[in-house]
Design a binder for this molecule. Structure first.
Ligand code: FPP
Length: 244
């Protein structure tokens, strides 16, 4: 069991996941794509509960990208309804696990019902202190970066004050540590416009598991394997050893 192998004193603070493969999973079963998304909710629940179980501070899930709006209308509508019903139904799971819900992305683009469910769940779970679950919805990194630049210009920030720290404050992830680990399921090895600024030094972990079959043990495996890697941040191995 990977869970027992994890060093809980050295957990990443933040794990981000690109949930991919719902459509292919459904197709392999001779079902419609939407069935894959519905089954993906079980993977979301188990993974998020697993994150809380080991005390992960932040988990971000890429649930809907800006580019996903270009999918067939039927699929977009089904995904939006699924989001509304899942957020509504799962608020209890979040409260039971002491999890706080947050959202990043162009939330105003979402259907009104989706926005109101989201707002309500965020409000109800705001005291959750074990884990913060961040849903990336109508999110894309380039949108986020352009948005940050617009705000910086609007606030007439002087050039001499612009640095990495200031820029980070204008991103939707303001106050959230950068993910040390980014997981993508389904065998695709791409970033797809996800947290481009924030993953500058993240470890990338790709697994062939299709999202509907991903479970907490797979998260634990990714974290365990992350802990076996050496993160050098541009330095050499010996410099890191000197520090310890
Ligand atoms: C990618 O698979 C998955 C999505 C675009 C949607 C993810 C949504 C869920 C798992 C359901 C709801 C989630 C929450 C957080 C309540 P894909 O459709 O791109 O799969 P494919 O690459 O096989 O076509």
């Amino acid at each position: 069991m990977y869970k027992d192998e994890i060093d809980t004193d050295k957990l990443p603070q933040h794990v981000a996941i690109t949930m991919d493969g719902n459509g292919r999973w459904a197709k392999s079963k001779g079902k419609f794509r939407v069935f894959g998304h519905q089954s993906g909710v079980k993977a979301v629940r188990d993974t998020v509960e697993g994150a809380a179980e080991i005390g992960l501070k932040y988990i971000t899930l890429y649930a809907f990208s800006t580019e996903n709006w270009d999918r067939p209308k039927r699929e977009v509508n089904a995904l939006m309804s699924l989001l509304v019903s899942t957020i509504n139904k799962e608020t209890k799971t979040l409260l039971n696990n002491n999890i706080r819900l947050e959202a990043i992305g162009n939330i105003e683009e979402l259907p009104k019902k989706c926005q109101s469910e989201l707002k309500e769940a965020i409000e109800k779970t705001k005291h959750g202190s074990r884990t913060t679950l961040i849903l990336a919805l109508s999110y894309s990194s380039r949108w986020e970066i352009i948005n940050a630049i617009k705000q910086i210009v609007k606030n007439k920030v002087s050039e001499k004050n612009i640095n990495e720290e200031l820029f980070s404050q204008y991103l939707t992830t303001k106050g959230v540590p950068n993910p040390e680990l980014l997981i993508r399921t389904s065998g695709e090895q791409r970033i797809s416009n996800f947290l481009l600024w924030q993953i500058a030094y993240s470890e990338l972990y790709f697994t062939d598991i299709l999202w509907p079959e991903f479970r907490r043990e797979d998260l634990f495996e990714a974290i365990y394997k992350f802990q076996q890697r050496e993160r050098r941040f541009g330095k050499i191995s010996e410099q890191l050893k000197e520090k310890n």
